[in-house]
Design a protein around this ligand. Structure first.
Ligand code: ZN
Length: 672
């Protein structure tokens, strides 16, 4: 996974009350509508940065804002024409703003803002309006023609008919991204990455360009829209003088400002490369930029700004425009550095057959960052971790940066306090209190151990094919990394290297892990279906295996109280021993390429769900008030100047409302 999405949005993660007490003046909750909750995140330590760093973050936030219209246009051909109409109505409506029609309109407006267009950010389905066409048409009629931005030869009536179709006709361009491989996914997808071309034509077009022998292939199609011109398939490339030029010009302006306050030469060099890429659209330059970016591990301030992830393209080629602006969290990064620098010790003490330990292990360097601005496809819905660049050959030859957005994770956790999850699913008050105290810290540590050491540990026996475990490879690999992390969480080594103060803290993570693997993750699966996704299979495999193997010693059991099922852990120490045994077995399976044993483990423990327990979990979840999707608005950057107009400080303001932020962004950044 190059992009780590939050699971905690579903309430599987709880938070530290101590932290909540410290942050009691900070209100994480901003807005609620449809299936969405909008939160805000705090940028701790911003005030202790140097003025130069603050300026750089401010300029980068402007470069991020400047590209907003690009993602709106990529997400749908008509989004940029529809948005000003909706916003005009939203601002100028002079009827009863508490009426059902207006309330439904407001919900739709907020959904469109959240989706950066008319499609749901996750399901890709077109939003269904709860207001009537009569309401819309009569409000539309009040908009002055000068505000409508009509195309040449288009009448107001034509435009209204088009918008009616876009909003109210559920069969007209219904899905942003279609993955139905029985159909032409290019023509079936409503996203604006292709126009007038078929899937076959696009594939032929790129196949003619690709050289299979090229060991450093550029990412074809990453920055272009494929169209037909005069009967010929061609690309409209995103660059300064091409598609999205006016927005790109502003991005370049602000990147140039950021360059003027860069921290060092390496950073100046990669910003220059990125600007050159935006000017020319040349993907070779983007690769050169990506290498320089991946290799700069010294700078504190860092950012992503470009066409990056291709989830919105049914063919997985074109990058959605996004931006993450951030700076290093030194304290938390010290934690990952402490772990990485002791990688060999962990490897040497792993409870696996010594012949499968790596004689020389290199921990993957990972850093923890504080996000200070999110934009494009990363806004308002955002990832909690990113691992870039995406080009495989660059990752292999030059490495990648693995980044955890700690203040975003923390905001999710703190906003989850009091959502009733603990009361509903955790067996007793002492366990719940212990989780409140330690789950946040141990969950972060679990992720660090999994990412920095788990995946990098162990080795194959000579001659074993790395793909020998076939379709179970991903599940077993995730299980191996999780088990490595779980096994070490109770280890005194963590106190010795100073990353966890309390030797009993691990119990919070153990309880959550087993509860999630046996019960609560089932909330994300439809009744009647099996467990499919690799991470979910891995968690169920581990939890069910431990439940069964620990039965005779009563290590863990499922108990009933008042008709409800609870996970009860009786012996945490023995649980660790069992986890070590399973780690040894899964390492053996991987090292020897024992497909048969791997398949048996997965089939027996990871796939099937008890339908009664599944239904119980779904029912109990339904009683909680946990919104399925969450996202964030950004802080507002205030520039403080002296009488000569020089910037003397940058401060952050956290009071803006969700509609105010969205309307301001439209005012400041309607660049296309
Ligand atoms: Zn993993």
């Amino acid at each position: 996974m190059k992009k780590i999405l939050p699971t905690i949005a579903l309430g599987s993660m709880l938070a530290l009350q101590v932290q909540a007490a410290e942050n009691k003046d900070f209100n994480y909750h901003v807005d609620n509508f449809a299936d969405i909750e909008v939160l805000r995140y705090e940028v701790p330590e911003f005030n202790s940065l140097s003025l130069q760093q603050k300026k750089m973050l401010y300029y980068l936030s402007q470069a991020a804002q400047a590209g907003r219209d690009i993602i709106w246009d990529q997400n749908g051909r008509y989004n940029l024409r529809l948005r000003p109409v909706l916003e005009y109505i939203y601002v100028n409506f002079d009827g009863d703003r508490n009426s059902a029609e207006f309330k439904a309109f407001e919900t739709y407006m907020k959904q469109v803002w959240f989706g950066n267009g008319i499609y749901h950010h996750y399901s890709n389905d077109k939003f269904t309006p709860g207001f009537s066409q009569t309401f819309f048409d009569s409000e539309f009629a009040k908009i002055p023609a000068s505000r409508l931005n009509l195309s040449e030869g288009e009448s107001t009536a034509d435009f209204q008919a088009l918008l009616d179709k876009i909003i109210f006709d559920p069969t007209f361009m219904p899905k942003k991204v279609s993955q139905d491989s029985s159909k032409d996914v290019v023509t079936e997808s409503a996203g604006n990455l292709y126009e007038g071309v078929t899937q076959q034509e696009v594939e032929d077009y790129y196949n003619a360009m690709k050289d299979p022998a090229d060991l450093t292939p550029i990412s074809y199609g990453l920055n272009s829209k494929v169209v037909k011109k005069d009967g010929k398939v061609t690309e409209e490339v995103y660059h300064l003088n091409g598609l999205y030029g006016p927005a790109i010009a502003k991005i370049i302006y602000w990147l140039d400002m950021a360059k003027s306050v860069a921290e060092n030469d390496a950073q100046r060099e990669y910003i220059t490369k990125l600007i050159d890429f935006y000017i020319t659209g040349d993907l070779k330059l983007f690769d050169e930029y990506s290498i320089l970016w991946a290799e700069d591990t010294k700078s504190d301030v860092d950012f992503v700004n470009g066409f990056i992830e291709s989830y919105n393209d049914p063919l997985g080629m074109t990058g959605s425009w996004e931006s993450y602006v951030n700076f290093k969290n030194r304290e938390a990064s010290a934690r990952t550095e402490a772990i990485s620098s002791n990688a060999q010790w962990f490897e040497d003490h792993s409870p696996i057959n010594p012949i499968y330990r790596k004689p020389e292990v290199k921990g993957v360097s990972a850093k923890v960052i504080t996000a200070s601005y999110l934009a494009g496809d990363a806004f308002p819905s955002t990832a909690i971790g990113i691992n870039l660049p995406n080009a495989n050959w660059i990752r292999a030859a030059h490495g990648s940066k693995s980044v955890t957005l700690e203040n975003i994770t923390e905001a999710y956790a703190l906003a989850s306090i009091g959502n009733g999850f603990n009361e509903e699913f955790v067996i007793d008050k002492p366990t719940s209190d212990w989780m409140d105290k330690w789950l946040y810290a141990t969950d972060m540590l679990h992720t660090d151990l999994h990412e920095c050491l788990g995946h990098a540990s162990g080795r194959l026996a000579p001659g074993v094919d790395q793909d020998a475990l076939k379709e179970h490879g991903a599940t077993l690999e995730e299980a191996r990394a999780d088990l490595f992390a779980l096994y070490y969480l109770p280890d005194a080594k963590l106190q010795e290297i100073g990353v966890l103060s309390d030797p009993e803290a691990y119990k919070a993570e153990y309880y959550k892990y087993m509860l999630n693997g046996l019960m609560t993750q089932l909330n994300r699966i439809e009744l009647g279906k099996d467990v499919e996704e690799a991470h979910m299979r891995n968690r169920q495999l581990i939890a069910k295996w431990v439940l069964e193997k620990g039965k005779k010693d009563k290590v863990m059991e499922l108990v009933k109280r008042n008709g409800k099922t609870y996970v009860k852990i009786n012996d945490y120490k023995k649980m660790r021993t069992l986890l070590g045994q399973l780690l040894a077995e899964i390492q053996r399976i991987k090292s020897e390429g024992d497909y048969k044993a791997g398949n048996e483990l997965v089939q027996k423990y990871a796939v099937k769900i008890d339908p009664k327990l599944h239904k119980e979990v779904l029912d109990r979840y339904a009683g909680l008030n946990i919104p399925p999707y969450r996202g964030f608005i950004n802080p507002v950057y205030n520039v403080v100047k002296d009488d000569k107009g020089e910037i003397i400080d940058i401060t952050l303001d956290y009071t803006e409302s969700y509609p105010d932020q969205m309307l301001r962004l439209s005012r400041e950044n309607s660049n296309l």
